[in-house]
Design a protein around this ligand. Structure first.
Ligand SMILES: [Zn+2]
Length: 88
């Protein structure tokens, strides 16, 4: 079993209307954890991501992320749940 993180298309976000983007503002943070005050600031930051070759953005903490394809998946320790080996 693999677990996948959600990701968002940068171009998809940029194609939204300002009205929609404004609603999405709280979902985005800068590297320092602060929020964008305006949709213009967010659009600017997203264009920077495109410039870096980033097509998608991770939702949440992902340590196996591809900036073009998104989360590559995380192996779940299924054997533990199945009870192989007894108590961990
Ligand atoms: Zn992931």
């Amino acid at each position: 079993m693999s677990r996948f993180h959600m990701c968002m298309s940068v171009r998809g976000i940029l194609s939204r209307s300002n009205r929609e983007l404004k609603r999405m503002l709280p979902m985005f943070t800068r590297d320092d954890g602060s929020h964008y005050a305006t949709t213009d600031q967010l659009r600017d930051a997203l264009l920077d991501e495109i410039a870096k070759g980033h097509e998608v953005l991770p939702m949440g903490k992902c340590d196996n992320f591809d900036w073009k394809d998104g989360c590559k998946g995380h192996e779940e320790p299924a054997e533990v749940e199945a009870g192989i080996g007894g108590k961990a």
